[in-house]
Design a protein around this ligand. Structure first.
Ligand code: SF4
Length: 284
């Protein structure tokens, strides 16, 4: 296949220069290189500019409710464990409305890949402060500056038990593609926080901002096996911003401990007809 074959007939509507274009391309390239058939992939999308990707990738897709992409994906994976299940969503959707789901999916080690399009702003609703906006950030919802400190997605993921915790950047497409491939191949919850400049509404966290700060962990001899070291690196944000795989372990995924997940995928089993009349009567 080629990456064009993952396109639909709809042309992306994102602003010219938006980081979402890079994420879209690298996700398609990763799927292409992994040679996973399109009918074996489900991508669940959150609400936001990133969620518009629902229209632009030719796999199974589900455009979920705001903040509910992760639990929808977890349910789909449990119903059909033969699917490769990916979540695409933004920082507002995932760490605002969906924060609780994110933490519990990490604790359970649900066997899905989560691509967090982190532009540090609500873009689709035209520029409000999000959970990852920096303290002091001026936006339409915070004209006097953001009061709260930002959520640090990688520290949160590590604290909640994440076994594949990584950061990519839309401005480093090849590295991003490789991270996405590794995330999909990981058994368990793989979380990739992706720095995705919103060129229209976030005039602070721009390509220039990131280009002068990002560096690659692996190229600096970092090994993603030490939890405490990963926590320290996840806290690093300022003149230097690390990219790559922060932490990796092989804790068994959620489905391995569920008796009903053993054997055939649930959707592949024969339907057993049961008379539910007695059960229904109990609730009447
Ligand atoms: Fe991208 Fe921002 Fe435009 Fe949304 S508003 S498409 S995030 S540049």
């Amino acid at each position: 296949m080629s990456i064009e074959q993952w396109n639909t007939t709809i042309t992306p509507t994102w602003c010219p220069g938006c980081g979402n274009h890079s994420l879209w391309n690298e996700l398609k390239r990763a799927l292409d290189e992994l040679k996973i058939p399109a009918h074996k992939i489900l991508i669940v999308y959150g609400i936001g500019c990133s969620g518009n990707m629902y229209n632009f990738v030719k796999t199974y897709g589900w455009h979920s409710l705001h903040g509910r992409a992760v639990p929808t994906a977890v349910g789909a994976k449990l119903a059909n464990k033969d699917l490769t299940v990916i979540v695409v969503g933004g920082d507002g959707d995932g760490l605002g409305e969906g924060m609780g789901h994110f933490i519990h999916a990490l604790r359970g080690n649900a066997n899905i890949t989560y691509l967090l399009h982190n532009n540090k702003i609500y873009g689709l609703t035209t520029g409000q402060s999000s959970p990852t906006s920096e303290k002091g950030f001026i936006s339409r919802s915070t004209p006097a500056g953001q009061i709260e400190i930002p959520v640090k997605p990688l520290k949160l993921a590590l604290a909640a038990g994440g076994g594949f915790v990584a950061r990519g950047y839309a401005g480093k497409p090849n590295d991003l593609k490789e991270l996405i491939k590794k995330g999909i191949q990981h058994r368990g919850f793989s979380f990739i926080d992706i720095l995705q400049p919103c060129v229209t509404f976030n005039k602070v966290n721009t390509y220039e901002f990131y280009n002068s700060r990002v560096y690659d962990l692996a190229a600096n001899g970092y090994e993603p096996t030490d939890y405490n070291q990963a926590m320290l690196k996840a806290d690093e944000w300022g003149d230097k911003i690390p990219l790559g795989l922060f932490y990796h372990d092989s804790r068994e995924p959620y489905e391995d401990d569920l008796p009903q997940e053993q054997g055939q995928a649930i959707v592949a089993r024969p339907v057993v007809k049961r008379n539910l009349t007695k059960l229904v009567k109990e609730f009447m």
